[in-house]
Ligand binder design. Sequence first.
Ligand code: PMP
Length: 998
Amino acid sequence: MPVESGADPHPPAEPDAGGVDARHAARLAEQHWNAAGRLTRLPADRDDNFLLLSATGARHVLKVAAAAEDLATLELENAALRHLRAAGPGERVPVPLPAADGRHVVMDPETGRAVRLLTWLPGTPLATARPRDAALLAAAGALVGEVDAGLAGFTHPGADRILAWDLARGAEEVAARLRHVEDPRRRALLEAVLERVAAEVAPAADQLRRSVIHADGNDHNLLVGPARPGTPRTVTGLVDFGDMLRTWVVAGPAVAAAYAALDTPDPLGAAAALVRGYHARHPLREAELAVLDALLRLRLAVSVSMAAERSAAGTAEPYHLVSQAGAWAALERLSAVPGAVAHAAFRYAAGLEPWPAGQRAATAVRQSKPVAVVDTPLADAPAAELGPGSVAAAEAGAALEPAAWHAVIAAPAVAPWGASRRLDAPEVAAQEGPDRISYRTRHLGADLFLPAGTPLRVPLEGVVRAVCTGPRGATLVLAHEVDGAAFHTRWTGLASASVAALREEARMRAGEPLGDVAYHGENGGWPPHVHVQLAATDPAGIPDTAAPDEWPWLAALCPDPAALLGLPPARPAEHDLSARRSALLGPNLSLSYARPLHIVRGRGAYLFDADAQPYLDCVNNVAHVGHEHPRVVAAIRRQAAVLNTNTRYLHPLLVEYAERLTATLPAPLEVVFLTCSGSEANELALRLARAHTGRRDVVVLDGAYHGNTSALVDMSPYKFAGPGGAGRAPWVHVAALPDPYRDPRGMDAFVSDVSRACRRAHAAGAGPAAFFAEPLPGCAGQVVPPAGYLRDAFAAARAAGAVCVADEVQVGFGRVGSHMWAFEADGAVPDIVTLGKPIGNGHPLGAVVCTRQVAASFANGMEYFNTFGGNPVSCAAGLAVLDVLEKEGLQASAAAVGGALLEGLRTLAERHPLIGDVRGRGLYLGVELVRERGTREPAAAEAAHLVERAREHGVLLSTDGPLHNVIKIKPPLVFGAAEADRLMGVLDALLGEDALRR
Ligand code: PMP
């Protein structure tokens, strides 16, 4: 589609009928190309384009050019397309087909318009692809690069065209239309772009290569293939060569990157991804990378200024205005990105050192022998923890009052360059939204924690460039020049009074007073500290911290200031431990996610990785009362410092814990054994049942998992019937999983199946010793059996002489909301209950509680001893969990939040057909995904894909169930309404993505 000057590159979805109708177009196709078929009009701005679908299913595009179209341009296009067919992009560009008389352009005598028939390319526009992630943008950039590389050796007399969209003349075009932009703020945005172009592009024009390029890699011209879960999406074609011309090569990636930057919270990241792909296929030179940012902004400016002109002339269509809103938003977002940052990002994308001046500055500082900034040597200062409460506050496990910081920071502490700061909860909340997936956590400077009022000295001579006050105290910017290297230092966290007398442009000598450390009241409530940042560019607009993905280029711009401060160089943190791990640990110890997480901290419902990026934990039911709950941590710490030994001595905590635990259970469950895990608890339950009945066999539910010991693997269909499993052992009998979604037989059939399994046990030997059941089967797919199932199934098993074991390892301790124990919700009472996971909030603890009769049978003379089970530290942990559950009302919260979540998920199911079933109790929920609701075909690949995508959005989920298609949700019980909203928002957004939309 040739786009005329002033035309918008975003075509309307449904254009007005053009001058040529489908019937006439069909005649043209038949007459000149012998091509018959059904014609459908395609969206186009000026031409009349039709999809021609032949009876054999072949597709072509019939293009009837606008009346005014220059024939030379069409010939240029055709020649280029034929040239490209033989070059890199091959099938991914259209080819013009010769008419019966051999011509590639035919004139329609009736309308006087030029007609062409082109091959049709499969795909949908990149503009509508969701998500438009970095990989897809890089693939798009790669195709544009391939096309331009293919055109590099192509020449044609028609290529030297004058086009308003030509970025080489873009500044003139924008300047001419500036007056149509009424909003002064918007006009200023465009003026700033023009200034950049005048300052950076014009002087470099000689160094910019020229060749024929496609010049319109906009997101409607790039086509992408179908989205398939778990598979990278491909870019299938680049169409519309109507803007092709000979111009600056760098205009190609600039145009494509400008469109990549639309509709994203991170326009620079998106543009850089596109440039990475382009550069890989058509390498850019350093001089070209240097002007890429200015040209990208110029393209947006050309687009909005043309639209403004149309608006002023009253010729704008509504869709013009919609597409322009995105371009204005991108210009505005980019106005907060300093040119040097974009330049460094593009250099990084091209595999170059992002900012060589940064290295020069770092070397100059190292060789310059700076004067010490404070009297106390900082080199041996302890590392400070960066985050809310900071330093020793983190140590204490709780935030300290500002007055206490003051005491703590009496001695210096240092947070080195590159250290990640923790985010506080409001900060996470403020940055969150389905769009925000990366947080600025890595420090681009070193933080010196010093007592408030400590005077600092100027380390290197410099000139004052700026003094201002902000939310973190006063900031002083100094410009330095050492051995020909020019750079700046920025000092934030100074007492305003101490720098009030400084004037811009004043020269400060090394050793002169620089300013004093601000009091916390002036420092945003943080412990007194000064953030010292080196910048090998003007630091205005450069952040204090970087998100992990932007770290490479921001860190190059702002190198380690250690040498300036007399500190040892910061050591880069090790982020990827996978190689070391797999060298030494068992190969079947699995890691979650395609990009494994390196988690270093937990708080509440959040986990934080080595970069301090937060992840909302929706699956860890072990961290029951919240990750690293201060009360539980304090209880463990306190007891560990006093005594930890085994149960062969009297200890009050063991007795107290047994009392507290049994008080939560129904009367017959009164004898306690403490273990170190859920597996140990179930293993012991098996021994108890066998001792009590004198039998060997057990009945379990299909899909169950009860633990990792040999006997328990034999008793877990999830394991023995899965990969590597040895199959069912003769002493194990499997009853049907009472899954109302997948098994329509209903309650009576499920209960009868337990009886049948018991009969098989009788047939095989002495009958069942035990019936093990999870009240809400977990690994089997977060199943909620019909109401009363457990009660009736226990009755059936007892009738067969079995001991009934409720495995509450997953669901116990108030998770189901309505009750402390899930079996209670079903009106069932077991003979033995086994507990684990949440019981110690992560401390290795498990328990078996049984009837006095069962315990008596077990006491047959053989001692039961468990070295670690029931030690006082474990008991302290268990007690603290019970305390927190009670004090924080977490069971009631599980009921309320879980109920709302269940309802919310059901609403999601109305919008997203991929959701086949939503079920659960309290904060124990399952979302079963199906390809089609009628057939209930399991959507396992989709479930895995959703889990991976959620991880990229900072939400941790996982899959379960024998068909691997159930998303499980079982977060710490401190998961509140805000967390539930966030989860729902992310699920809603991801289920709307192309790979998951139905
Ligand atoms: N029972 C159930 C129902 C479980 O889900 C698990 C662990 N997933 C266990 C027992 C075993 O617990 P552990 O891994 O702590 O030994």
